[in-house]
Design a protein around this ligand. Structure first.
Ligand SMILES: Cc1cc2nc3c(=O)[nH]c(=O)nc-3n(C[C@H](O)[C@H](O)[C@H](O)COP(=O)(O)OP(=O)(O)OC[C@H]3O[C@@H](n4cnc5c(N)ncnc54)[C@H](O)[C@@H]3O)c2cc1C
Length: 510
């Protein structure tokens, strides 16, 4: 493919210069778009506010520990294959991607554990452990999950929802597949046991949705995971980010860190480039924003009269939950703790209501515990463990003063872990740092400090989400979690495909 890019270098003939594309932000969506635009003949500059790439997948290296700050559960590996193949390479040239077996544990408050895996027989055994009568129900649920996947992910996720017609055309099939049910509602239609209902419906939490309110289209994740597996990049997700950066640079794209865009420049309704916070002006033929869509519209286009994404609409949007993430390293290994586990509290449903509806910081909490050193000990000093505990909390509408509450909350998380899966933890912690929703706002420019952009409820999905081709400014495109199809690595990499398919090849740009 590199040769192909040289053959069709996107020159505009007259001036002999390449068409210029600017990508704002180096999250997975921004990097995947940059790779695709390089392959379409553009000279690409990626402008990143932080001092390194990855966005939510930024890496902290501290005291000999490697902390992936964000995504750790890698699914839909073929989406990565596509990007590497576009550059004439294979993922394995740059990465050691391992399939996890099992995927993860769901630990209930009474100590019972449900283990999810891609092994169908083992899954049936796990179901039977809780409720033998649900084994056949589970098989039926997975058949439904596959049907939803086939239509919802293999089909709709790849479609640009720029016009209402596409939405209206797909509505009857969506109704037939899931109706107005929520993820929890559809799982409960099949599964009887209350714990299994929770364990099989918690996936939306990984992309910012409340299982009790997001559309059952997200039941596609059960099939996605079970059929293509859960993967881990040895060395951590940061290695995957490095691999993507490598693809951008090998194709001639340029990464610019510590380069925060202040505004997108617009002339006669068309994006003409950007102005950085330091005053530097950069011109471009097209601009792609991987920054939060609400932030892009509200803060980066001050002089544009917006037709759809008005301040009112942005404020009325329902945003996903916030996240408190504690990264810590221990001076010993906790061999019994799996790589991925969900450690649930006593009041699961009430807790989610506190987070999503009441916007209240609860005393009870459920968390996702990541222990990458279970798979790759090189991510910590010898004999030590690297962890993070991710706790869903309300976003910034909750009015929590995280500067005051942060350390108190971290301490509660530590206590809870001591009581459940990490006895004696307090005496072993030798490295520690945490982030709160306030950091999501100040570091990542995330509106209301939300972890995943707008909540993926049905009226905020597809056509209702920020379009991949901006509705407000010509030549401006939007990619990433807050756009169609939504959050999560598979979602944002797919949004990069949808964006780039809507952008002409550099030599065809008029
Ligand atoms: C803690 C956590 C755990 C997660 N776990 C998983 C998981 O296991 N599996 C999974 O699939 N997904 C997971 N997710 C979700 C997934 O990480 C995200 O949906 C995805 O990475 C978002 O990618 P993005 O392309 O939207 O960009 P982001 O990662 O949001 O990056 C956007 C970038 O834009 C930059 N930016 C913003 N404004 C400007 C500006 N003005 N100028 C320049 N740069 C700017 C930001 O600094 C940032 O680097 C997790 C998320 C979090 C937070």
């Amino acid at each position: 493919m590199l040769t192909q890019i040289k053959d069709h270098d996107g020159s505009d003939g007259a001036a002999g210069q390449k068409r210029q594309a600017i990508v704002i932000g180096s999250g997975f969506g921004g990097l995947a778009t940059a790779i695709r635009l390089c392959a379409k003949g553009y000279q690409v500059d990626v402008l990143e506010k932080l001092d390194g790439p990855g966005g939510r997948a930024y890496v902290i290296k501290q005291d000999g520990f490697v902390f992936d700050t964000g995504p750790t559960i890698i699914t839909a590996p073929w989406l990565l294959d596509e990007l590497w193949e576009l550059c004439g390479k294979k993922v394995s040239d740059d990465l050691d991607l391992r399939e996890m077996s099992p995927f993860y544990d769901v630990r209930f408050d009474d100590g019972t554990i449900f283990t999810l895996s891609g092994d169908k027989e083992e899954m049936r055994r796990q179901i039977a452990k809780f409720s033998p009568e649900d084994v056949a129900n589970f098989d039926r649920f997975m058949t439904r999950s596959k049907a939803i996947y086939d239509y919802g992910f293999a089909g709709l996720a790849n479609v640009s929802f720029d016009n209402l017609k596409t939405m209206l055309k797909s509505a009857p099939k969506i109704m037939e597949l899931v109706g107005l049910r929520t993820v929890y509602g559809l799982v409960s239609k099949y599964i009887k046991h209350p714990k299994l209902r929770i364990a099989l419906s918690l996936h939306p939490l990984l992309i910012g949705g409340n299982p009790y309110s997001v559309t059952a289209m997200y039941c596609l994740i059960n099939y996605l995971e079970s059929n293509w597996g859960v993967h881990f990049a040895m060395g951590g997700t940061g290695k995957l980010v490095d691999g993507l950066v490598g693809l951008v640079e090998q194709q001639g794209g340029k990464m610019h860190y510590n380069s925060e865009v202040d505004r997108i420049n617009v002339t006669n309704g068309r994006a003409t480039g950007v102005t950085l916070k330091d005053g530097t002006v950069m011109d471009a033929d097209i601009v792609v924003s991987n920054a939060d869509a609400a932030w892009t519209y509200e803060k980066m286009l001050p002089d544009v009269k917006r037709k759809r994404w008005t301040t009112g609409k942005i404020n009325r949007t329902r945003y996903s939950m916030g996240l408190f993430v504690w990264y810590f390293g221990t001076n010993r290994r906790f061999e019994d703790v799996p790589h991925h586990s969900m450690v649930l509290g006593t009041q699961y449903k009430e807790l989610l209501t506190d987070i999503f509806k009441r916007k209240r910081l609860s005393d009870d909490f459920s968390m996702y515990l990541h222990r990458p050193t279970a798979t790759d000990p090189s991510m910590a000093p010898d004999g030590c463990d690297t962890f993070y505990a991710l706790v869903p909390v309300p976003h910034l509408d909750a009015n929590v003063d995280w500067a005051v509450e942060g350390e108190k909350f971290r301490h509660k998380v530590e206590q809870r872990l001591e009581e459940t899966v990490l006895p004696g933890l307090g005496d072993t912690v030798i490295s520690s740092t945490f982030v709160t929703p306030k950091d999501f706002e100040t570091r990542l420019n995330s509106f209301k400090g939300a972890g995943f952009g707008p909540e993926p409820v049905i009226w905020q999905s597809a056509w209702f989400r920020a379009h991949n081709r901006s509705e407000e400014v010509d030549g401006l495109y939007m990619v990433g979690a807050s756009t169609h199809p939504g959050a999560g690595i598979p979602g944002v990499i797919t949004s990069a495909r949808v964006v780039s398919e809507g952008i002409p090849h550099a030599r065809e740009l008029v």
